[in-house]
Design a protein around this ligand. Structure first.
Ligand code: G4P
Length: 193
């Protein structure tokens, strides 16, 4: 997605250790116009497969996911990273290990929001090692629902996430694919949309 790649080049900052800081439009301050365009691109790609829910994980997946859901005219559900006192029964959970933070967290979705006949599009902001998306896949499988694909805003193609998801048989649509960081600038490989 050309608009996204241009924005990453303009406003993204490459930090050490393979991290891209995009807090001015995606992970902290959010550019809703860009998110809306991103949502439309995901929706266009998955419009013919009968998506009934968009699922993401808090926090930074929520912005692109809500606009994908709007464009597909379906509900958006975000997995929670912390137990909530109102989540009392029928909770679906998965353990997610973050290589970046080196911690394991339990993510959860209330079972009442996912049914067996649901066809789900997973959306997330970053795909690095794929652990967050894998956790969401596990939760959706526990519900007996189907995952039609994973929509990613920024994929770090030099990490293992894409291979993990494709091995699980799930199509991945990444709007920007980073091949490498060279001299503190981003080098893209061809994106999926
Ligand atoms: P994985 O899910 O693909 O395995 O990712 P990993 O454990 O490596 O990343 C953990 C967190 O760091 C995730 O967010 C992920 O989105 C984010 N992340 C990974 N690589 C980058 C990067 O290059 N830049 C930025 N800005 N974030 C990155 P999270 O902890 O769930 O955070 P949030 O969504 O609550 O903000």
């Amino acid at each position: 997605m050309k608009l996204l790649e241009e924005r990453i080049l303009k406003d993204g900052n490459v930090l050490g250790e393979g991290i891209l800081k995009v807090d001015s439009f995606l992970t902290h301050q959010v550019d809703f116009e860009l998110m809306q365009e991103i949502g439309k691109v995901f929706a266009e790609k998955y419009k013919d497969v009968g998506i009934t829910k968009v699922v993401t994980i808090e926090a930074s997946g929520i912005a692109p996911a809500i606009y994908a859901a709007q464009a597909l005219n379906v509900p958006m559900i975000f997995a929670k990273k912390h137990k909530n006192i109102t989540m009392t029964e029928g909770i679906l959970t998965a353990e997610v290990y973050s290589f970046t933070k080196q911690v394991t967290s339990t993510v959860s979705i209330a079972g009442k929001f996912l049914q067996e006949d649901d066809v789900v599009l997973i959306v997330d902001d970053f795909l690095a090692n794929g652990q967050a998306a894998k956790g969401l896949l596990e939760i959706i499988q526990q519900a007996g629902a189907t995952v039609a694909g994973v929509g990613i805003v920024i994929e770090k193609s030099f990490q293992t996430g894409r291979a993990l998801l494709e091995e699980a048989g799930v199509p991945v649509t990444s709007l920007a694919r980073i091949q490498e960081f060279k001299d503190n600038t981003v080098v893209f490989t061809e994106a999926d949309a």
